[in-house]
Write a protein that binds this ligand. Structure first.
Ligand code: THU
Length: 160
């Protein structure tokens, strides 16, 4: 049996350590939480996707009485970006979450389905997406989805 070690390198930093563009994207994700519709979980999530052209597309979680019919903030933002700017690669994605007025201290972690969709957008354009997970104690930065989704399933896995 072969044992393989999988390494994931991410960075934790504070706002001041981010570039001006990334700070702006994190602020857009925080602002996007205002569009959250979360009467069931009362967990308000915002996301902001930066396109190659610099355009920022916001998204927020949208819930439904039939729970699985709702959608996370990340996918709302990425699908809106794809629908409105189909030729524009996404280069960065920031995510923020709050309960009531308080943003979470720990960086918010995207669910598995959102990680898979982020992976799909990377594959589509062939560009890694810088992911910024906001928390009041620090921002987790991942250069691309791979550290958050090792051994991911991609198009190539379907061809022998
Ligand atoms: N949620 C997101 O929008 N993004 C995440 O990264 C985690 C979870 C939403 C889905 C649901 O509306 C609520 O948060 C509770 O799971």
């Amino acid at each position: 049996m072969i044992e393989r070690k999988i390494e994931a390198i991410v960075h934790i930093c504070d706002m001041a350590e981010l570039s001006e563009e990334d700070q702006q994207l994190v602020e857009a994700a925080k602002k996007a939480t205002e569009g959250s519709y979360a009467p069931y979980s009362k967990f308000n999530v915002g996301a902001a996707a930066r396109l190659k052209s610099g355009i920022i597309v916001p998204g927020a979680n949208q819930e439904n009485a039939a729970y699985p019919s709702g959608l996370c903030a990340e996918r709302t933002a990425l699908f809106a970006a794809g629908a409105q700017y189909p030729d524009q690669p996404v280069i960065a994605l920031a995510i923020a979450a709050r309960k009531g007025k308080r943003f979470l201290p720990k960086p918010v972690s995207p669910c598995g389905a959102c990680r898979q969709v982020i992976s799909g957008v990377e594959e589509r354009f062939g560009i890694p997406i810088r992911i910024l997970l906001y928390g009041t104690d620090g921002i987790l930065v991942s250069e691309g989805i791979t550290p958050l989704l090792p051994l991911r399933f991609v198009d190539g896995d379907m061809s022998v």
